[in-house]
Write a protein that binds this ligand. Sequence first.
Ligand code: HPA
Length: 278
Amino acid sequence: MSKVSPLTTAARLRKYTRLRPTLAVVLGSGFNHVLAAVEAETSIPYSKLPGFPPVAVHGHAGQLVFAQVDETPVALLCGRAHFYEGHPMEVVTFAVRALAEFGVKSLLLTNAAGGMNPKFRAGDFMRLTDHLNLMGTNPLRGAPVPGRERFVDLSQVYDPALGRMLETAARRAGTRVQRGVYVGLSGPSYETPAEIRAFRKLGGDAVGMSTVPEVLAANHMGVRVAGVSCITHQAAGPGGKPLTHEEVAETAHRVKDLFTRLLEDFLPTVARAGANKA
Ligand code: HPA
């Protein structure tokens, strides 16, 4: 299989849109409703973008949307490739690398996650302050990328300034944001109660099956990262109650308006702050 360079895809993107956003958002499953609130300028199916992952199409998933949010140009990745689907890490992280080459400097990653911290309730948002990569691999493994660090520093993997803007936006949207450590797992099975107890002891607050690979690729590319989870339920079910994907989707749906308001505040704030890495 011939490998597509993210540079090639970035050049293609410049032909699709006149917008030059420095800000991008990855909308995880259950977050595509945000699109209804934005003024889409261009929507490009992933299938037209070399190297982009084949994403199962539900609703708007599988599209890269260029839009203006309160006059701020933004790139919205609707849907992501997950490691549990069997994609190599290179595919899981490709869109982030292509957007970085396109000129994106700040990235907000969203996801649905199971809460482990007993203070968390279903429907809460959590600002990722750090993560534990328990996916069993690292997307930066492999041949070194010319011009990029071989050994990437992760002492501040989530940008504190972007994190503070996220909290301010949440407050203004009328919701509170918890803070916590996201445990990234390969999935696709949910966790056993013993695993949840262990991850909690290791310092985790929430568990999920995405985000960590994109965060690592973004750090590798010099892109600032913020991450927010929607806590969809208590992980490993209270009292051993089985967990279903429907339950996870239902909670994300319940908080959709709040989440849209949060983004509508956050995106222009980031743009105004010019929160870009030099
Ligand atoms: N575990 C892993 N991934 C998830 C969960 C969970 O409990 N909830 C949403 N995504």
